[in-house]
Design a protein around this ligand. Structure first.
Ligand code: NOJ
Length: 565
């Protein structure tokens, strides 16, 4: 059967809709050679673990040559492997090992910017009239000496860096070692497409595209207002030529391969997302949106941490579920290498860590869309709170710390506490494999500290425990494979304003499933029969090991999936 018919429309079956994706951040996954940095041979050691979990696709964060200013998101050679991670031969072995196990490989495509150590940039700054002169976004200062515009970088400070060699400024939305490519230049686009084909011809099965909705900037790069520094995102998020560029990429590359695509898109709206992912427009298959990552952020942005509420989270998720119900497709995630650990942020990382990790997993595997698991999530790994700033490694956090503490004289403890809660290093502590020193991640000194809770939370223990988070994730993944309703069923939200219950149905043909989550440390009852009517409800899955005879009762952080027809 190639399509599923539901009440709205008939939905085309696709591998990438049915798949579960697992993200590997290689630096922190598994070190095989004792240098303290995860590597490709380390991943190869764990292929059977991934197979056992049951995932279909690996998204591998960048493994290309890089000076590691931003841990591989600053690439100096797109067609070679970072020395610390191994060789091209290792990578080929990894691909073969995945394919032997029926797992696909999605590579990270980082083409909004390169490293400033990329030969293209070196040529560009040294030789403005040469082949690469127009590969980046170069501007002169204004006649009064002020910067070309007032945009603020994602990593603090402004987006401009002066090059002595060229006597001009170049634009960098991220660190100054990540100059933005000039997508207006057709030669840049062709060079990117050529590189994409290089990897596809080597057998990769798809790309996750880094900040891909930022590649088209508004002509003239206007300042936002007159402040010295301001958010410039309205001039580069979903910019004027973005759809044109993606369609060109699709025509020249993507459409010629059987492959998966997911575009990372900060600031994207549902309306734009429909355009990016509607099948007939031939751009991308899915995107990562960020709206739900902002439910606990105030006006001041990501570091302005405010309490989130369940109705708010439901509202955002609902908007996307509905928005892409008939056109386009959702990707589902609650954490990745840029976000705090989901169990610490949206669950409970104390007494209820295990049920709440399972609850969040249930949410991700029962909403409509493709679930993305971030390494360690399947173990219920938590945030870490390092005591001192020098234990943190992430450029975003460190730049922010310097700006606020050194330049603006903010209270260092307060800034440290923001980093402890929101910093990206929460996701980047090594995967906890076992209870031996350094969590079995390395025989050497890990590049970043291991979360001290590894003696309780680790893979070895969980593989031996039928009720572990890992074993529960296996069940969730298997359930999606067994029941197309979880992939293709219509979604409907119930009780949107309820502060404790997150409840929705999925419907396919004659079947309806009711999914209920108790987002609270308090137990609760709910009126199951008001949803099922006189139909018999069967419990398909619950995240508590012991059966709960009362179908309409939920324990703290309990999730239940019922079927009725
Ligand atoms: C998004 C990536 O996920 C993040 O890790 C990186 O710092 C920026 N893009 C810049 O490449």
């Amino acid at each position: 059967m190639n399509t599923y018919s539901n009440s709205e429309a008939s939905v085309k079956r696709e591998f990438w809709k049915e798949a579960v994706v697992y993200q590997i951040y290689p630096r922190s996954f598994k070190d095989s050679d004792g240098d303290g940095v995860g590597d490709i041979q380390g991943i190869i050691e764990k292929l059977d673990y991934l197979k056992e979990l049951g995932v279909d696709v690996i998204w591998l964060s960048p493994v290309y040559k890089s000076p590691n200013d931003d841990n591989g998101y600053d690439i100096s050679d797109y067609e070679d492997i970072m020395d610390e991670f191994g060789t091209m031969h290792d990578w080929e072995q990894l691909l073969a090992g995945l394919h032997e196990r029926g797992i696909k490989l999605m590579m990270d495509l980082v083409v909004n910017h390169t490293s400033d150590e990329h030969p293209w940039f070196i040529e560009s700054k040294n030789n403005p009239d040469g082949e690469y002169g127009d590969y980046y976004i170069w501007r002169d200062a204004h006649s009064d000496g002020s910067l070309p515009n007032n945009w603020e970088s994602f990593f603090s400070g402004n987006v401009w860096e002066y090059s002595e060699e060229r006597g001009q400024y170049y634009l960098h939305l991220f660190s100054k070692k990540q100059p933005d490519l000039n997508w207006e230049n057709p030669k840049v686009r062709q060079a990117v497409y050529k590189m994409m084909k290089f990897w596809l011809d080597k057998g990769v099965d798809g790309f996750r595209m880094d900040v891909i909705n930022l590649i088209s900037k508004v002509e003239g790069l206007p300042s936002n207002g007159t402040e010295e520094i301001a958010d410039g995102s309205m001039y580069y998020v979903d910019g004027p030529r973005i759809h044109e560029f993606l369609r060109e990429m699709n025509e020249e590359v993507l459409s010629n391969y059987d492959m998966m695509t997911v575009g990372e898109m900060p600031g994207v709206t549902v309306e734009e997302a429909k355009k990016y992912t509607a099948e007939e427009r031939k751009e991308l298959q899915m995107i990562f949106q960020f709206e739900h990552m902002r439910v606990d952020a105030g006006e001041g942005g990501k570091w302005d941490i405010v309490p989130w509420t369940l109705p708010q989270l439901k509202e955002v998720m609902h908007k996307w579920q509905i928005g892409l119900a008939d056109k386009g497709w959702n990707s589902l995630y609650l954490n990745n290498h840029d976000q705090p650990r989901m169990v610490s942020r949206f669950g409970h990382d104390g007494e209820y860590r295990i049920p709440s990790a399972k609850l969040l997993g249930t949410l991700l595997h029962t909403l409509k869309g493709t679930p993305y698991i971030y390494q360690g999530e399947e173990l219920g790994m938590t945030n870490v709170a390092f005591d001192t700033i020098d234990q943190y490694k992430d450029i975003e956090s460190l730049n922010m710390y310097v700006e606020r503490v050194t330049e603006k004289k903010a209270d260092p403890d307060q800034v440290l506490s923001m980093i402890q809660r929101r910093g990206r290093d929460n996701a980047r502590t090594p995967v906890q494999w076992d209870a031996t020193e350094n969590a079995g991640f390395t025989n050497g000194t890990p590049w970043i500290g291991v979360n001290p809770n590894y003696t309780q939370i680790n893979a070895e223990q969980q593989l031996d425990d039928a009720d572990s988070v890992f074993r529960y994730y296996q069940k969730l993944i298997a359930l999606r494979k067994q029941y197309p309703i979880l992939t293709y069923g219509d979604y409907e939200l119930l009780l949107p304003d309820h502060e404790q219950l997150y409840m929705y149905t999925r419907t396919l043909g004659e079947d309806t499933w009711l999914i209920v989550h108790n987002f609270s440390t308090e137990p609760t009852d709910f009126d199951l029969s008001s949803y099922t009517g006189d139909q018999q409800a069967t419990l398909i899955l619950s995240n508590y090991p012991e059966e709960n005879a009362d179908l309409a009762h939920l324990r703290p952080y309990e999730s239940k999936i019922y079927a009725y027809n």
